[in-house]
Design a protein around this ligand. Structure first.
Ligand code: UD1
Ligand code: CA
Length: 451
């Protein structure tokens, strides 16, 4: 049995923010959510977040996280003091306790798994996650003897110049035998440079203790500043892009592209520069996205092209061509083989197969059939100032340039709407509707000049 505790009570002074540090966003999730996500992968029997600074906000942000318990640390007297707060909550608990830092969001679940397995195999009292890092400044240093047996952790500020040369650092991530830890927690002292209770002291009291070196030291990267937040984003992006490319996706100029981990892309998709893919977006094989596009929570079918466009919460089916300068939003569904072109906005509408909306249109709350040709500048007037109303246009119909559909209105199949018409009444199948004033002619209007 394993319980997880996440240290998340600190303010994060160097963030210079009203927001508690662990609630800062990183690639679409808060830092704390990222830590919780890695923790869930090991299916803990309990999951406790130790909160303090801004705890109301932390609690409400994570209220919907399943089975998460909150433990209040009203005064932040150090990492050891934070873990002491667990004593009443874990009374009688006989399993292991995994302690994670709320500000270390890049940890892979496999690493936690390895830490836990090593801990169990050795029957340890404590197992520490360590990393050999090129610039260890600021981290506690972990010392082992010649046989790699753990000796002690010394905080950076308490290290001598010689001790600071040690590049093996404490990640701040530990696995404890809870019963053994609980027995010594009340004995922690705050006799150090910061007058804080250190969890690292508890480690120094326990036996046996071994260390697990993480292979990729970037995993233990902790966020203390906005600069760190930007660096962590880069690390996450590099991971995602690497995975995508290995899986057969072409990223033209990866540095100018951003992709959330929640995005799924099939092989043989080409992502052009300055393209941003977010949320629960999926892109099927053979599609070419970008340059200059943003796609969010949308589903793109096979062999689609999207060019300088913005798509959110929408669907585009196979073989359609979108852009340049198209905005699909609020559940727009574009069928197969469509052309949606220049300066077109589609909101909450279904567009059938092989329908073209090629120039300068607004289509909102509408249902268009197959093979409809929407003329340049066609607009659905869907809003009467109070409510939104639907427009329906049947298969094979054509709308003339600059036609306006004053909704609610229904156009049948194979109907034709003359250019410049303002359509306020339904049009039956196969009809031609003209709704504009006739052209008048006044001959010889221009006076003849008499010199
Ligand atoms: C700690 C470790 C250090 C390790 C480093 C890794 C100690 C004494 N030192 O140092 O060896 O290299 O992490 O990042 O533990 N927190 C609370 N309550 C408190 C104090 C802190 O919840 O009273 C939380 C913070 O919000 C943060 C985490 O604990 O998420 C770590 O605290 P921090 O003060 O950043 O510890 P470090 O000095 O970085
Ligand atoms: Ca820290």
């Amino acid at each position: 049995m394993v319980a997880v505790a996440i240290l998340a009570a600190g303010k994060g002074t160097r963030m210079k923010s009203k927001l508690p540090k662990v609630l800062h966003g990183l690639g679409g999730k808060t830092l704390l959510e990222r830590v919780l996500d890695s923790a869930s992968a090991i299916s803990p029997s309990r999951c406790l977040a130790i909160v303090g600074y801004g705890s109301d906000r932390v609690r409400s942000t994570l209220a919907s996280f399943p089975n998460l318990e909150f433990v209040e640390q009203t005064e932040q007297l150090g990492t050891g003091h934070a873990v002491q707060q667990l004593l009443p909550y874990l009374e009688g608990f006989t399993g292991d306790l995994l302690v994670l830092n709320g500000d270390a969001p890049l940890l892979r679940p496999q690493t936690l798994q390895l830490l836990l397995e090593t801990h169990r195999q050795n029957g340890n009292a404590a197992t520490i996650l360590t990393a050999q890092i090129p610039n260890p400044q600021g981290y506690g240093r972990v010392f082992c003897d010649a046989h790699n047996v753990f000796q002690q952790i010394i905080e950076d500020r308490d290290c001598t110049a010689a001790q600071k040369q040690n590049c093996r650092v404490n990640a701040g991530i530990y696995c404890f035998n809870w019963q053994k830890l609980a027995a010594i927690l009340p004995n922690l002292k705050s006799e150090n440079d910061q007058n804080e209770y250190y969890i690292t002291d508890a480690v120094n009291y326990l036996d046996p203790v071994t260390v697990v070196d993480v292979e990729d030291y970037q995993e233990i990267f902790g966020i203390n500043s906005r600069q760190n937040l930007a660096e962590a984003y880069q690390i996450l992006q590099d991971r995602v892009k690497e995975e995508m490319m290995v899986a057969g996706v072409t990223l033209v100029d990866p540095d100018s592209i951003t992709i959330d981990e929640t995005v799924t892309i099939e092989p043989d998709v080409i992502i052009e520069p300055q393209t941003h893919l977010r949320g629960k977006t999926t892109i099927a094989s053979g599609s070419r996205i970008g340059p200059g596009s943003l796609i969010e929570n949308s589903e793109i079918g096979e062999n689609v092209t999207v060019f300088y466009s913005v798509i959110s919460d929408s669907t585009v089916k196979a073989g359609s061509r979108i852009g340049p300068y198209t905005h699909l939003r609020g559940h727009a569904e574009v069928g197969e083989g469509c052309r949606v072109g220049n300066f077109v906005e589609i909101k909450k509408s279904q567009i059938g197969d092989r329908t073209n909306i090629a120039h300068l249109s607004y289509i909102g709350d509408a249902t268009l059939g197959d093979r409809v040709n929407v003329g340049a500048g066609t607009i659905t007037a869907n809003y009467d100032g109070f409510k939104k109303h639907p427009t329906v246009i049947g298969n094979g119909s054509k709308t003339g340039a600059n036609s306006v559909f004053v909704a609610p209105v229904t156009i049948g199949e194979n109907a034709t709407i003359a250019a410049g018409s303002v359509i306020t009444k339904d049009v039956p199948d196969n009809a031609l509707a003209i709704a504009r004033s006739r052209q008048s002619l006044i001959p010889d209007w221009k006076p003849i000049s008499n010199g």
